[in-house]
Every structure is written in C-alpha cells, then in structure tokens.
Design a protein around this ligand. Sequence first.
Ligand code: GLP
Length: 240
Amino acid sequence: MAEVIIVPDAPAGGAIVADEIARLIRRRPDAVLGLATGSTPLPVYEALRTRLSGVDVSQVRGFALDEYVGIDPAHPESYRSVISREVVEPLGFDPARIRTPDGSLEGIEHAGDAYEAAIEEAGGVDLQILGIGTDGHIGFNEPGSSFASRTRVKTLTRQTREDNARFFDSIDDVPMHCITQGLGTILRARHLVLLAFGAGKAEAVAGAVEGPVSASLPGSAIQLHPHVTVVVDEAAASRL
Ligand code: GLP
C-alpha cells in the first residue's frame, strides 16, 4: 500500500520530496535519481535549490523518464532542454551524469536498449520522481502499456498531445512519438514518488492508488511496488 501524503499546495509537496532527495544525496553522494518532466515536479526542483546548496552533488546521476522522438534536442521543449534548464543547471549537477533517452531519428532503433543498459550500469534508480497524466499515464506509458515494458518508442495519444500543446505554439507542433522508460523499467526503481496537484488529476490518482491494477490505467502499476510515496494536494486527493 502506498504511503499517501496530503499537502496544502504544490510548494509544500515539492518541499517534502526535496527533503527526501536531499537526505538521499547526503547519504549517498552518487545517488541515482529518476527525473520527470511536466509541470508537476517543478516545485521539487525549485525546493532542491535551497536544500542542496553547500551539498556536493558532483557525483549525482540521473535518468529522465522520457523524450519526444524527432525533436531537435536544442528545442526549448525537448525534455533534454527542460531537464537541463530546470534541474541540471540550477542544481549544479554534472551534465555528463544526467541522461535523457535519445530521441533522435538516427539512433532510435537502439536507443531503448542503450538506455536500459545505462540505467543498469549505474546500479538502478534509487528514487524515481513521477507525475501522472490525466489519462493515468506515467512517463509516456499510455493506457494499454505492458507492466513488463522497457524503454521503447510509443505513439502519443491525442489526449496527451492536447495536454502538452500548452508547451508548444500549437498542437501540430507537438511530436507524434516519444521514447519512454517502460512500466517495467519504472517498477525497478527502489523508491517511487508520485506527485499530483489539482482536481484534473483526481481521477487518475484514485485509479493509480486504489483502482484495479490494470494496463488501462498505467499509473496503477505503482500498486505492484513495495515502496511508493504519493504526494497530493486536497484537490488531487478528492476522489480517494
Ligand atoms: C507528460 C510527461 C509525464 C508527466 C505528464 C503530466 O506527458 N511525459 O511524465 O507526468 O505529462 O504532466 P504535468 O505534470 O504537466 O501535468
């Protein structure tokens, strides 16, 4: 059963998770973080700025959950750019130790296996930060994704492209495909921390935390994991 922490607002949730991450890095300077994009984890990264000041973060390693396929890595909304801007630069992490899946068309055939191998080589993820999509997706594992899936190319649903259109000029600019860690990859992390804020996430949160474990709601895979923390505000917790 997941530990559910209800917080007054997103900054409070960010602070709790940032405390946990800072504790982990102090204990294990070469900790391996699983990094998520989207708006949800931003308060975590924001709070980490103060929590990690004065802490040696030169050995921290990190793996992003996903990336768009075919996007220019220099595009401001590529997840490589987002992770660099929101996490690597402000927190002073070593960019060579923080990876995102390779979404370039040239490398796409082997990118999934290469990413899995890199995670293995790092010793696995210690703490995986997760957001959740309104349809219950985690990473970019849309409904129907196998619980055993590993990093691979997926097609984005119309819903997710609409949800993410706000980061682009128009929905037509949102890529059609992505490369994402699989649910099986995510479940191998030692600690999963899922955050969700706002009423729009209430249904997905309820399904993930206490609905039937089903591929139709990928977030429900967290119920198969022995160490999960869910951090939600009142609105996102309203259907629990
Ligand atoms: C994207 C990301 C997910 C994220 C989800 C929710 O599709 N690939 O990792 O959890 O959106 O986004 P937000 O946090 O902006 O609501």
